[in-house]
Design a protein around this ligand. Structure first.
Ligand code: AHR
Length: 516
């Protein structure tokens, strides 16, 4: 299509065809002991806004605004060498340890109790705790579970009380290790070995607390050579004992191929379908009545080969909280990010939990300066707007027609990706991206029949777009990129149609509700 001409796309919103109610866990995030996510991110006792616990209030305010729900903790690759006991008890007695995953020193000044307190302060967000199945196994997982969830009367539950927490933490969701298929993982395992270990850990944990929700490691990427066989082998051994399979996916442009990068949602969608197929095949083979869902517990744009992701090196060089993975996101990155959120929503029947990796400083929507400011990256906005409009809603079948665009990696794909939801309050929300690098799309949304001819409807739009797709927010220019209304949007109440132009490389939300 020639530059300057228009493409077309249409979404029909129909209440009769529903995908699933949105689980609020879909808007989870992730705090790993990595770089400055914890230290000088959420925890900085000397910061001017810090409370008595050392929690940065400016960051808490932004986390609330972001709308993140569940928080996965404490890793990530970090968890595969972590001893949870190091992070509890009097702070002056906590040991410093080498963190092999990120070639750093862990001071253990922040641990399980601090995380639980921080979540309470943020607003009662749910903790999703990961156990170490890299250097550790069943016994340590059971110890942690006893410490966290047993009300009292045992050695470890009494130790928790002595450490200041009378009530159990009552953690429901547990990750059984992290990316155990990855050769980079401390204690990396074959699918056979991990499947056998995870079956025994899951069974043991259920003996102590039968109603836990357990997440087994799926492949660490769709592109892993063991993808598929890993899922099949592990699930064959543990299917009835677990509730979720994890998926992880990170995207970046390769060799300057922006067209494929902007269509990353296509890969995520295929990944979800493939994992769902592996789950279904195992369920059928085992004649099981149990359902296993997907926990997409790491997703984002991440420039893995770029300078910010180079881990420290050298025998004597194990810094505390170094600047690591501090990607600064552009408008184009935020559009891809918005497309990934649309893709998760479209698959809300299979994906019941997801964690944006990560929350602060480390490939994060929120950035901080030690001792200084905290600000929103471009990716903050698609997340906060989608979370606020989609929570509590029901995803409707995406009945979408779009002009196609060509990508080197995925061939012909929809130029526009979109999803619609019906809110609990009766409002309709649509999220859309234009993946094209050069062609605007005339986007039309046909509202549900019940809204046709209704007076008193109000249309609100928010859009992330910039003439410079590389524009970013930085310490110096914290609000260089902010969402704005789409001035082209019009609602024809009689025909029940919303029309707007989606500029190239843009993300937009459309919200139609009763005017009050
Ligand atoms: O989120 C950064 C890292 O990416 C995590 O520690 C690991 O699980 C993944 O490879």
């Amino acid at each position: 299509m020639a530059q300057g001409s228009f493409a077309n796309s249409e979404l029909i919103v129909d209440d009769d065809f529903q995908v699933a109610k949105v689980d609020k866990r879909l808007f989870g995030s992730f705090v790993e002991h990595l770089g400055r996510c914890v230290y000088t991110g959420i925890y900085e006792p000397d910061h001017p806004t810090a409370d008595a616990n050392g929690f940065r209030q400016d960051v808490i305010d932004l986390v609330r605004e972001l709308g993140a729900t569940t928080i996965r903790y404490p890793g990530g690759n970090f968890v595969s060498g972590y001893r949870w006991e190091d992070g509890v008890g009097p702070k002056q007695l906590r040991p410093r340890r080498l963190d092999l995953a990120w070639h750093s020193t862990e001071t253990n000044q922040f641990g399980l109790h601090e995380m639980v307190k921080w979540l309470q302060k943020v607003g009662g967000n749910e903790l999703m705790e990961a156990v170490n199945l890299g250097t550790r196994g069943l016994e340590e997982a059971l110890d942690l579970l006893e410490y966290a969830n047993v009300p009292g009367g045992t050695k470890l539950s009494e130790q928790r009380k002595a450490n200041g927490a009378q009530d159990p933490f009552d953690i429901r969701m547990w990750c059984l290790g992290n990316e155990m298929d990855g050769p980079w993982q401390t204690g990396h395992k074959t699918a056979e070995d991990y499947g056998a270990l995870v079956a025994s850990v899951a069974a043991g944990m259920r003996q102590m607390d039968p109603d836990l929700e357990l997440v087994v490691c799926g492949s660490s990427a769709h592109s892993m050579p063991t993808f598929g066989t890993w899922e099949e082998t592990v699930l064959s051994k543990a299917y009835d004992l677990v509730d979720f399979v994890s998926c992880h996916a990170y995207y970046q442009p390769y060799d300057g191929d922006m067209a494929s990068f902007l269509a990353s949602g296509v890969d995520m969608d295929g990944f979800i379908r493939d994992v769902a197929a592996a789950i279904d095949a195992t369920k059928a083979r085992l004649k099981s009545k149990h359902d296993v869902f997907i926990s997409f517990d790491e997703w984002n744009v991440w420039y893995q080969d770029a300078e910010p992701s180079h881990t420290p090196e050298g025998l004597g060089n194990w810094p505390v909280a170094p600047h690591l993975l501090e990607d600064v996101y552009s408008v184009a990155d935020a559009v891809v990010f918005g497309d990934l959120l649309i893709t998760l929503l479209k698959n809300a029947d299979r994906v019941r939990a997801a964690s944006l990796a990560q929350l602060v400083n480390v490939i994060a929507p929120i950035m901080t300066e030690p001792g200084g400011a905290a600000w929103r990256q471009t990716t903050f906005y698609p997340f906060s707007i989608t979370a606020s409009l989609a929570k509590g809603g029901t995803v409707l079948e995406p009945n979408l027609e779009s002009s196609q665009i060509s990508t080197p990696k995925y061939g012909q794909v929809d130029g526009v990706n979109a999803v619609a939801l019906r809110g609990a309050d009766g409002s309709v929300s649509v999220f859309a991206v234009n993946r094209s690098l050069d062609t605007p799309s005339e986007f039309s949304v046909r509202l549900p029949r019940g809204l046709h001819g209704r007076s008193g409807l109000k249309l609100e739009t928010q859009m992330l777009h910039d003439e410079d797709i590389n524009a970013r927010n930085t310490l110096q220019q914290q609000e260089r990129v902010v969402p704005r209304a789409n001035e082209t949007a019009e609602l024809d109440a009689q025909s029940g149609e919303v029309k707007l132009t989606l500029p190239p490389v843009s993300w937009a939300s459309i919200h139609v509700k009763e005017a009050i």
